[in-house]
Design a protein around this ligand. Structure first.
Ligand SMILES: O=C1O[C@H](COP(=O)(O)O)[C@@H](O)[C@H](O)[C@H]1O
Length: 259
């Protein structure tokens, strides 16, 4: 049973990225040691690239067995492979192209140049099928070790935006998203039930422009208003923040981590 969220505050964005990268190495190594592989869900956005770049710059990257790592994405902008605005492209540039991953374990979300062409819903269903196939045993998604999530200034996570229809989805693990307020408007996202299947959920947030969203999500707002409030790990939910992003967090939740 998951406890309430914990909040860890680092001095600045770089220290947050470095500390999160260290956590990620530990999580991957522990999962690989205990069950032979690790399943990690990556986030896009500014912190998604920052943590991967920090991991790449760390000597601890050599502790990871990259060939036994399964990578998934929490959301994707519906753009063709190689587009600089795709979360996948940014992750590849930040780290993935520089480590010896097994390509069959890197599960990018399809774009309009994929097998389903411009059919957004078919592409979303295809990704749901990949997740279910990897999960086995009739489960919809694998037992993710860690889901990482950036948070937008409107408190969106993955491509789950405030008041959007996708927030009501309780059956499917993946949905097409149209009319997103942040460009591009067409996206594919994991849903609340899929994200909440993770053992550990980490929110990674830096910057003063996110402070209100973080405060809202941690102050009892509903998930329709603040989608970040709707994602919890089965074991833990951790908010990893820099000081600028933490200014509206209820004081009793804060655990400072950096001098
Ligand atoms: O568009 C997206 O935005 C969120 C937040 O990104 P940020 O740059 O404001 O940190 C991100 O988590 C999501 O994956 C991405 O598609």
């Amino acid at each position: 049973m998951s406890r309430g969220p914990s909040v860890v505050v680092h001095r600045d964005k770089q220290l947050l990225a470095d500390a999160a990268a260290a956590r990620l190495v530990t999580a991957i190594v522990d999962a690989q040691a205990s069950r032979g592989e690790a399943d990690i869900v990556l986030t896009g956005g500014s912190m998604g690239s920052a943590i991967l770049a920090a991991l790449g710059a760390s000597g601890a990257r050599d502790a990871v067995d990259w060939r036994r790592l399964n990578l998934w994405w929490g959301d994707e902008r519906f753009l063709p492979a190689g587009d600089p605005d795709r979360n996948e492209t940014q992750a590849r540039e930040a780290l993935l192209d520089t480590v010896p991953l097994d390509p069959a374990r890197v599960h990018a979300i399809p774009g309009p140049d994929g097998a389903d062409g411009a059919d957004l819903d078919a592409a979303a269903a295809r990704y749901a099928g990949q997740l279910a196939a990897a999960a086995g045993s009739g489960r919809g998604v694998p037992a993710f070790d860690v889901v990482m999530l950036g948070v937008g200034p409107d408190a969106h996570v993955a491509s789950l935006f405030p008041e959007h229809a996708a927030l009501h989805e309780r059956e499917r693990s993946v949905v097409g998203v149209r009319g997103a307020p942040k460009p591009p408007p067409t996206r594919i996202s994991l849903t609340f039930p899929a994200l909440c299947a993770a053992r550990d959920v980490w929110f990674l947030v830096s910057g003063a422009d996110k402070a209100s969203a973080v405060g809202l999500a941690l102050s009892g707002a509903g998930e329709m208003q603040a989608p970040a409030a709707g994602v919890h790990g089965t074991r833990s939910t951790t908010w990893l923040l820099d000081r600028e992003a933490a200014t509206h967090v209820p004081k009793q939740l804060i655990r400072p981590a950096s001098p």
